[in-house]
Design a protein around this ligand. Structure first.
Ligand SMILES: *[C@@H]1O[C@H](CO)[C@@H](O)[C@H](O)[C@H]1NC(C)=O
Ligand SMILES: *[C@@H]1O[C@H](CO)[C@@H](O)[C@H](O)[C@H]1NC(C)=O
Ligand SMILES: *[C@@H]1O[C@H](CO)[C@@H](O)[C@H](O)[C@H]1NC(C)=O
Ligand SMILES: *[C@@H]1O[C@H](CO)[C@@H](O)[C@H](O)[C@H]1NC(C)=O
Ligand SMILES: *[C@@H]1O[C@H](CO)[C@@H](O)[C@H](O)[C@H]1NC(C)=O
Ligand SMILES: *[C@@H]1O[C@H](CO)[C@@H](O)[C@H](O)[C@H]1NC(C)=O
Ligand SMILES: *[C@@H]1O[C@H](CO)[C@@H](O)[C@H](O)[C@H]1NC(C)=O
Ligand SMILES: *[C@@H]1O[C@H](CO)[C@@H](O)[C@H](O)[C@H]1NC(C)=O
Ligand SMILES: *[C@@H]1O[C@H](CO)[C@@H](O)[C@H](O)[C@H]1NC(C)=O
Ligand SMILES: *[C@@H]1O[C@H](CO)[C@@H](O)[C@H](O)[C@H]1NC(C)=O
Ligand SMILES: *[C@@H]1O[C@H](CO)[C@@H](O)[C@H](O)[C@H]1NC(C)=O
Ligand SMILES: *[C@@H]1O[C@H](CO)[C@@H](O)[C@H](O)[C@H]1NC(C)=O
Length: 736
């Protein structure tokens, strides 16, 4: 316990040293800093006691407060001349639990307070007029109220009392949606303003000339709805004869506009973080003046133009993040000339093939990267030789970069330190190394290449995608023993033969298994129950046969099951009954030789299903009206069976599900074929836009129910090749 307190105290002192506050006269309880010569002022002690009474302090942190001299209490600092409390630091993150205070009116008793830190203290019940209370503290220099569950951010304010404020941190409070109030920019001595994740909307207010010239750190990031031009903001900054700005965080908002030439005036800027907005235009050449710049993050905007070579002069640059824009032109060695400290580099262009990365074969870069991400731009068709010089890489993404070469050995030599390798969508050739000593938790994506040979066994790999290559041979029998840590395996679209080894049962963490579009045969009678985490199974387009095993019934997390285009046989009611999963979103059993009727319980059992395809089997009997319970259906394909009887009129009450996005989890690209208006289409990811109902090529009879005209959400309704009679509902043309 005692050592915990010491740690706490040390943390406080550390915090103190980190602030500018060291110049002030502070005495810390039980620290060697000294002693209060004057002692605690009675009124102020009363105020603190009042605070303590109103405090819900489960960890009893403040119970250590003993003695008359409140200057010696934990978290309290006094002036050594007057004895006034000038510092109150209850940074909740330093305390183990969340504390909450029901009231902060006691603060008004501490009129000399210069430093107030209540970070992490739950003030949600502490009134809406927290600002009025704070306004009674005219000496305040630093106000830290981050993560305090404040909800009310006053927009206007008669007159600010604490005019010398230097630090204002209100980050991580989910305010009721509000604009950035004008008053936060009214402090001429403001050096740090923190409004990250505050749920702010609207635009950055007009800033009076000179009001932000002392600002060193401005954080408005992750407000999502902050919008409008930033030009005026940069204008206000450029009016400073000597701007102090060192760190600017505006990421993840909806800000627009060009980055003006005056950016170059911010000579002390170290961090420029603008990612995830809608900034346009090009990078101003004045950027070369930012000689202190360490982090430049422009990812995911709408910027275009060529990237100025002068960027290569920024010798302090550690992170250069340029991906997700519309760059064009050629990047050469000059762009990296002096970037000796670069460790993170990302580049991509959404303007197809307009960006070329052209360096000489024998280029030795001045940097040593840990992370490289180059997407959607042209590298030389040979494997980039300069990568050989990069010995510290842990994450490599070279995706859709037109490399047509074998994978360089230099890359495999890094295998023990890599945590992610993504070389998908190139034209890589050759065989993969049979065995490699990859590091733990490695994620490997080599999809959409021309790789050949047999499947390697790489222990410690957690995700492996080799989709759409030319791998051949069988899946190694020992895959389960050797690749025990796999969570995701995608071998779809290769030339694999033989049966799926039963050792896959050993891969108990497996979440997704995608083996579609190969030549796999045999049955799938495995112990599926040993892989209870399976969410996604796609074995479609193979030559698999036998029944759908009952052990699949225990896959309670299963969301996606595709077994279409195989030779699975047996009775549908038997195999389906086991899948009790409420989470099942897609069941595709089309183009097999399943027989028997559709069980009546299917509607209730699978009520959350979005895609149900039983197309092209030998099913018969009536279409049960219980299927109407699946109201949020997107695709109901019963075509090419032998169903008889009439179409239940309740189908008119199906409504679809506009929130269905077809995404299971990020790593998985859902893939499915659909027959729309008689033609087969292949869909990747945009599966959610497909809405169709197909009952064609059965033996259905009776009248077409007029209710079907209600199904306006459908893209396609096919009832052809049946024995249906009566009038085709006249509104049927209203379908999209
Ligand atoms: C009070 O603080 C000042 C300035 O930090 C220091 O010079 C002085 O020695 C301190 N007085 C005592 C009694 O600790
Ligand atoms: C501070 O010191 C006093 C005696 O000098 C001691 O009784 C008290 O427990 C100490 N407080 C802390 C938090 O260490
Ligand atoms: C603080 O001053 C009081 C009274 O002058 C004295 O008893 C105490 O030992 C001093 N504490 C420290 C840590 O110097
Ligand atoms: C903060 O306090 C309020 C009111 O006491 C409570 O409802 C809320 O859950 C607390 N927040 C957290 C994160 O504990
Ligand atoms: C400014 O602070 C003083 C001292 O606490 C207080 O008396 C006065 O009412 C405050 N003014 C406003 C507008 O809150
Ligand atoms: C902020 O400054 C503007 C103009 O400089 C002034 O009109 C306004 O009253 C000030 N607001 C506060 C709360 O002081
Ligand atoms: C950049 O985009 C703007 C429109 O946002 C366009 O007017 C301009 O011509 C583009 N510049 C280049 C170099 O493509
Ligand atoms: C950039 O590198 C070149 C060649 O290595 C060197 O002459 C120049 O001084 C460097 N410039 C800066 C700003 O570091
Ligand atoms: C790449 O650079 C070489 C020589 O530096 C040049 O000959 C070639 O044309 C350039 N390629 C492209 C696509 O710009
Ligand atoms: C690609 O690299 C080769 C060999 O290093 C070189 O001869 C060729 O000029 C490069 N092509 C381009 C377009 O840069
Ligand atoms: C299924 O639909 C029927 C008739 O519309 C209804 O009575 C029943 O409650 C529904 N069951 C479920 C589970 O939604
Ligand atoms: C569907 O259409 C029929 C007539 O065509 C209509 O009576 C009924 O209210 C509509 N709505 C639903 C949900 O069935």
């Amino acid at each position: 316990m005692a050592s915990m307190k010491t740690t706490f105290l040390l943390a406080l002192i550390f915090l103190l040293l980190q602030t500018e506050f060291i110049s002030l006269e502070v005495i810390w309880s039980n620290s060697s800093a000294g002693n209060s010569t004057v002692g605690c002022i009675d009124m102020e002690r009363e105020a603190l006691l009042k605070f303590k009474e109103g405090l819900d302090d489960p960890s009893r942190t403040l119970s250590s407060r003993v003695g008359e001299d409140c200057c010696n209490w934990l978290g309290v600092g006094c002036s050594n001349r007057t004895g006034n409390i000038i510092k109150l630091d209850l940074n909740g993150q330093l305390l183990c639990d969340q504390m909450s205070a029901s009231n902060i009116n006691w603060l008004s008793g501490l009129t000399s307070l210069k430093y107030l830190n209540l970070n992490g203290v739950n003030l949600s019940e502490a009134t809406t007029d927290w600002l009025q209370t704070v306004n009674l503290l005219p000496s305040l220099l630093e106000l830290h109220l981050s993560n305090c569950e404040l909800h009310y951010l006053p927009q206007s304010f008669p007159s600010v009392n604490f005019t010398s404020l230097s630090v204002l941190d209100l980050s991580l409070n989910v305010f009721n949606p509000s604009s950035i109030p004008q008053w936060v920019f009214n402090f001429t001595s403001l050096t740090k303003l923190g409004l990250r994740q505050c749920n702010l909307k609207g635009s950055i207010p007009k800033i009076a000339k000179g009001n932000i010239c002392n600002l060193r750190n401005l954080d408005l990031s992750e407000n999502y709805n902050l919008s409008g031009e930033i030009t005026e903001f940069f204008q206000a900054l450029s009016e400073c004869s000597n701007s102090s700005l060192e760190e600017l965080y505006l990421g993840i908002n909806q800000l627009i506009g060009n980055i003006p030439h005056s950016l170059g005036n911010l000579k002390r800027l170290r961090v420029l973080q603008l990612y995830g907005n809608t900034f346009s235009g090009s990078i101003p050449s004045s950027i070369q003046n930012l000689s202190c710049l360490e982090i430049l993050s422009l990812e995911d905007n709408k910027m275009n133009g060529t990237i100025p070579e002068s960027i290569g002069q920024l010798s302090e640059l550690r992170e250069l993040r340029l991906s997700g824009n519309y760059w064009q032109g050629i990047m050469t060695e000059t762009h990296f000339l002096n970037l000796t400290k670069l460790s993170y580099f990302s580049l991509s262009s959404s303007s197809s093939n307009l960006l070329v990365f052209n360096v000489t074969h024998d280029w030795i870069p001045p940097f040593s990267l840990k992370y490289v991400k180059i997407l959607d731009c042209q590298l030389n068709s040979t494997f980039p030789a300069w990568l050989r010089t990069q010995k510290e890489l842990t994450k490599i993404h070279l995706v859709n970069t037109a490399i047509s070469d074998t994978i360089s050995n230099c890359l495999w030599n890094l295998s023990s330190q890599l945590v992610k390798l993504d070389l998908s969508h190139n034209k890589l050739m050759g065989n993969l190394p049979k065995s490699l000593n990859f590091s733990f938790l490695l994620r490997v994506f080599l999809d959409f290449n021309h790789l050949e040979g047999s499947l390697p066994l790489w222990p410690h790999v957690t995700e492996l995608s080799l989709r759409n290559n030319s791998l051949s041979g069988t899946i190694p029998i020992r895959i389960g023993q050797e690749m025990l840590f796999l969570k995701a395996l995608d071998l779809s679209g290769n030339f694999l033969i033989g049966s799926i080894p039963s050792s896959i049962n050993e891969i108990t963490y497996l979440r997704s298994l995608l083996l579609s579009n190969n030549y796999l045969s045999g049955n799938i009678d495995y112990h599926w129950e040993r892989m209870p985490g399976l969410v996604y199974i796609d074995l479609s387009k193979n030559n698999l046969s036998g029944g759908i095993p009952s052990s699949m019934c225990s896959l309670h997390q299963l969301m996606w099951l595709q077994l279409s285009n195989n030779n699975f046989s047996g009775n549908l009611s038997l195999c389906l009954k086991f899948i009790s999963s409420k989470s099942l979103m897609t069941l595709d059993l089309g183009e097999n030789i399943l027989s028997g009727p559709i069980p009546e319980w299917i509607g209730e059992r699978l009520s959350s299903i979005k895609i149900l395809s039983l197309r092209g089997n030998m099913l018969f009997g009536k279409i049960p009206k219980q299927l109407c319970n699946i109201t949020c259906i997107h695709v109901l394909d019963l075509a090419q069976n032998n169903f008889s009887g009439s179409i239940p009129s309740c189908f008119g009450s199906l409504v679809g599900d506009k929130y269905f996005d077809g995404i299971i989890f990020e790593e998985i690209t859902a893939h499915m074929d659909f027959v729309v208006k008689g033609r087969q289409y292949e869909f990747y990811n945009q599966i959610s836009i497909v809405n169709l109902m197909d009952f064609s090529k059965n033996s259905l009879s009776g009248e077409i129910p007029t209710e079907l005209t209600n199904l306006t959400f459908l893209n396609s309704l096919n009832l052809s090749w049946n024995h249906l009679t009566g009038i085709i509902p006249e509104n049927i043309g209203a379908l999209r």
